[in-house]
Design a protein around this ligand. Structure first.
Ligand code: SF4
Ligand code: ZN
Length: 395
């Protein structure tokens, strides 16, 4: 098993990153055949457009990070090809939006993915449009005052929101359960930089973290939303995990080592917030099956009987967030909800043994000889044991 080019700081990261690379190796590459993707919606009474343009993809995904993610690494594209893709995307837009999210297929401010030349072209092209405001997605460590200031200047002050994936506000869970290296101080620093430049931070929080029981997952998502607001995030979006093929998580799902979230789980997280937080500050994303997005093998649902009613109320909340919709959602009675309530206590809680078993199965699937796991499982177990308290979510 080769690990060349990986940023490795522990046997666990080495193992999970190798598996992350191997599992994605033969997956469908959307960006090979498409220059951009787009959709639009109404959000809080405003028209929002979304455009993603092709690049070679997120550097972290190339390195095998983030066991759930397949945002879409592509083949190598040069600057000209990337700019052409963005121009094509813009020419596909037929109206002026209140807010246009225009981002690369990874992290817009990562200079290794979007060169400075491409970025300046991107700003120039956006500045010539008449959309009211703009936003994009990028990892927290790519944010600096200089770049945000430069962006605001070029866009005439129309940069309004920047989206960042927090996922979960626990560095140990990020590292050992998701294989995402993320420093929370840095994340909080990025929120501050954006606020100082007059830009709103939108923070994505996952619902359905692997290796935890449903009750633990609800609590972890809830605490992560609180963490984001304690650190002055402008808005938080709940992201129930959609399982994507050719990811380590899809294998865990197929092996019954991961149980994806039902929409009831997201609703339960939302129910914890009334009275404490302005509902306009909590958004929801990816709660509807996206039939047009290739590679999603499981989306969060409830059941055939109640799914239409649940989605209808979630759509209403999405368009105009009000806790009365959450109340109505929580009043829905259905046998699938009863079953979900039973599962809530039936699913395994977090334990080092559960995580070790999952690592071992992942390793057997992608490392034919399983030699790395066999040689390192003692040190991996010791590392997890040392982190056990933090992994259980204790401060
Ligand atoms: S979750 Fe974000 S950082 Fe991780 S691979 Fe996906 S796009 Fe990259
Ligand atoms: Zn139901």
């Amino acid at each position: 098993m080769t690990t060349e080019g990986l940023s490795i700081n522990s046997p666990v990261t080495q193992l999970l990153s190798y598996i992350g690379i191997e599992s994605r190796r033969n997956g469908y590459q959307y960006w090979k055949d498409n220059q951009y993707a787009m959709h639009d919606c109404t959000c809080m009474g405003e028209s929002w457009g979304f455009v993603w343009f092709r690049t070679s993809g997120c550097i972290q995904e190339r390195r095998g990070s983030c066991i759930y993610c397949k945002y879409g690494t592509g083949p190598f594209f040069n600057d000209e090809q990337i700019i052409d893709g963005f121009k094509a995307a813009l020419s596909g837009i037929t109206k002026n939006y209140d807010f246009l999210f225009a981002s690369s297929s990874g992290s817009l401010l990562d200079i290794r993915e979007v060169s400075q030349d491409v970025y300046l072209n991107y700003l120039e092209l956006l500045s010539l449009t008449d959309h009211n405001s703009f936003g994009f997605e990028t990892r927290c460590e790519t944010i600096s005052s200089e770049r945000i200031r430069q962006t605001q200047e070029k866009l005439g002050g129309r940069l309004r929101q920047v989206f960042m994936g927090l996922e979960i506000a626990n560095e140990s869970i990020l590292k050992y359960c998701l294989n995402k290296q993320q420093n929370l101080d840095r994340f909080a620093g990025a929120i501050k930089i954006l606020a100082n430049e007059g830009v709103s931070s939108c923070v994505n929080v996952l619902v359905g973290i692997p290796f935890y029981s449903i009750e633990e997952r609800i609590q972890l998502s809830f605490e992560s939303v609180k963490w984001a607001f304690d650190n002055e995030a402008y808005r938080v979006f709940l992201f129930p995990i959609n399982v994507k093929d050719h990811t380590p998580l899809s294998f865990l799902f197929g092996s019954k080592l991961y149980s994806p979230p039902s929409l009831w789980e997201m609703i339960e997280v939302m129910k914890l917030f009334p009275d404490k937080i302005d509902e306009k500050k909590i958004g929801i994303s990816w709660y509807r099956p996206h039939k047009d997005v290739p590679g999603i093998i499981h989306s969060p649902i409830t059941c055939r009987k109640c799914n239409a009613d649940v989605l209808n109320l979630l759509d209403k909340y999405d368009k105009n967030p009000q806790f009365s919709y959450i109340q109505q959602l929580s009043n829905i009675e259905c046998s699938c909800k009863n079953k979900w309530n039973e599962d809530k206590s039936a699913l395994k809680c977090f334990s080092v043994d559960y995580l070790m078993e999952s690592y071992q199965e992942l390793s057997k699937r992608w490392d034919k000889t399983n030699s790395y796991y066999i040689a390192n499982h003692e040190s991996i177990r010791n590392e997890l044991k040392a982190m056990e308290k933090k992994l259980k979510g204790y401060k």
